[in-house]
Design a protein around this ligand. Structure first.
Ligand SMILES: *[C@@H]1O[C@H](CO)[C@@H](O)[C@H](O)[C@H]1NC(C)=O
Ligand SMILES: *[C@@H]1O[C@H](CO)[C@@H](O)[C@H](O)[C@H]1NC(C)=O
Ligand SMILES: *[C@@H]1O[C@H](CO)[C@@H](O)[C@H](O)[C@H]1NC(C)=O
Ligand SMILES: *[C@@H]1O[C@H](CO)[C@@H](O)[C@H](O)[C@H]1NC(C)=O
Length: 481
């Protein structure tokens, strides 16, 4: 204020103005700083990954090609990245040490389903159950969920996984997501209870790995975690592209579960209807949770990979008991009551006409499959206006997806990050028909991938073998799950 007045006084007399003009020029103090910042900015720009690339030898016409969509240039880009990766890896290892001491000081290891008070705060509680020792799928679920959420601090992850890996996983998770609420859950006793009901029949055309108790755990979550009002269950092979709070806050309209309907498959493909009808005829009057009318074979199925569960209602409607009951019928029957799956079919029976339909964008599925079944091709004719080829699998709805689901045998992380230029993508996504696997890899940085890849018995990071992948691709078992 005072300085301003003096200045005005000075300027009001011509002599003073002269004196001002004659004064030696003062350098602008911030100029060097500004220049330095600008220079640094340009330097940093150089460090950005290249988006366009020109091959200095093979490209006489001097044209620049985009790094991303063209497979041919990818090899160059990936070798450029290697130095960068190994440097960043050692940085990450340091962060890992920090995370470890943080965990030790907080005593953050989960205990027997008893979750600390702080995680019971409102918000979205997401449950993931896995016994896969490869942590990368979880990293992708967490990363994509957090990045695409408007309120990441409102999201809590509860991971149910074998206890022996907990410490290692917690360090990795805290290293990559220091600010995310993640909790590892220990549950040996409950697992035994779950396993008692599981039976694998080789005549049911299901993959044996589906018999893992972790595959059935989602049906027990409401009993193990009664303290929550709602539970979101996600399969570990998903990418979340929508805001998960939107799902969490959905009106369930009095239903116990919300799931996405899938009309490319009907009940009749899964079930032996002679057997099913006979069981219902005999028992439906005595058991309260059985549908009173017979089950209609042309009912659309619904996928259990993305579920919103109202915990109280689930328990009230005896849904876990109903699923176990159907699993018992499956075990006892002479012929398989259902096929192509072990956990999905009893779930379908227990929730027949009892679930709320979610928008299809919440579970755009099949991205880990390489082909359509004949029935699906017929169905796709109504969607695409012409019958698609059997291979590859197409997911035209992927563009607007809130959850991409890589169910099926061909998981992106079991193949290489950059598929071989000549290899056929497993599945194609969206109207631009891009390789669906790319949408998964988008959420796992090369550095995270290199540091988190499981190590094989020779101490090497496993890299999937293209040749064995290809023989697998040739193996056409109808892959319905
Ligand atoms: C390595 O780290 C730097 C800065 O932390 C980052 O700009 C760069 O993208 C990272 N490189 C890779 C390959 O992720
Ligand atoms: C759930 O089971 C209990 C005990 O078996 C029974 O009393 C109750 O009616 C059942 N509820 C429903 C909705 O079927
Ligand atoms: C998470 O996804 C973002 C977006 O693609 C990516 O930049 C980041 O590196 C990913 N984080 C990890 C740990 O891979
Ligand atoms: C193809 O699948 C069948 C049944 O799942 C299996 O027995 C066979 O070994 C598989 N063949 C190859 C080449 O993977």
């Amino acid at each position: 204020m005072k300085a301003k007045k003096e200045c005005l006084l000075l300027l009001s007399s011509p002599a003073a103005a002269d004196a001002l003009l004659m004064a030696p020029l003062k350098p602008w103090k911030t100029a060097p700083l500004l220049l330095a910042v600008l220079c640094l900015g340009f330097l940093l720009l150089q460090l950005m990954p290249a988006s366009f690339i020109r091959h200095p030898i093979h490209d006489a016409s001097d044209t620049w090609t985009s790094v991303n969509p063209k497979r041919s240039s990818v090899g160059v880009a990936s070798s450029l990245l290697l130095d960068d990766i190994s440097q960043n890896l050692s940085e990450k290892q340091e962060q890992g040490m920090k995370a470890m001491s943080m965990i030790a000081s907080q005593g953050a290891l989960g205990t027997n389903g008893k979750i600390s008070e702080e995680t019971m705060t409102p918000g979205a509680h997401i449950f993931l159950c896995t016994d896969d020792m490869d942590i990368r799928p979880l990293i992708v679920v967490i990363n994509s969920t957090i990045i695409n959420s408007r309120e990441p601090h409102q999201i809590h992850f509860h991971i149910v996984a074998p206890e022996k890996g907990h410490m290692d996983w917690l360090i990795k998770l805290k290293t990559w997501f220091p600010d995310v609420n993640i909790d590892l859950v220990r549950l040996e006793t409950d697992l035994q209870l779950v396993s008692r009901h599981i039976s694998f029949r080789s005549d049911s055309k299901a993959r044996e790995e589906l018999a893992s108790p972790y595959n059935f755990l989602p049906f027990y979550l409401p009993h193990i975690f009664k303290q929550f009002e709602r539970i979101i269950y996600l399969d570990s092979d998903v990418v979340v592209k929508g805001d998960i709070q939107e799902l969490n806050q959905l009106d369930l309209e009095g239903k116990a579960v919300a799931a996405v309907e899938d009309c490319s498959q009907m009940f009749k493909i899964y079930f032996n209807f002679d057997l099913l009808t006979a069981i219902l005829e005999k028992e439906r009057r005595d058991i309260s949770w059985l549908p009173y009318k017979l089950i209609e074979p042309n009912t659309c199925i619904f996928n259990r990979g993305v579920l919103l569960i109202d915990v109280k209602r689930w328990i009230h409607e005896n849904l876990t008991e109903a699923i176990e009951w159907w699993m018992g019928k499956f075990r006892e029957a002479e012929k398989p009551l259902y096929k192509y799956g072990l956990s999905q079919p009893p779930f379908l029976l227990a929730l027949y006409r009892k679930y709320k339909k979610l928008e299809v964008t919440w579970n755009v599925r099949g991205l880990g499959r390489n082909e359509f079944s004949e029935i699906e091709r017929e169905y796709m004719k109504t969607v695409l206006s012409k019958k698609p080829a059997r291979r590859p699998f197409l997911a035209p709805l992927a563009d607007g997806a809130k959850v991409l689901h890589f169910n099926g045998k061909y998981k992106p992380w079991k193949r290489n990050r950059l598929s071989h230029p000549n290899s056929q993508p497993v599945s194609l996504c969206g109207l631009k028909a891009i390789d669906c696997a790319e949408l998964w890899w988008h959420y796992l940085s090369p550095v995270a991938d290199a540091s988190l890849k499981p190590i094989d018995k020779y101490g090497l990071r496993t890299d999937s073998n293209e040749a064995s992948q290809r023989t697998q691709l040739l193996n056409d078992t109808a892959e319905l799950l």
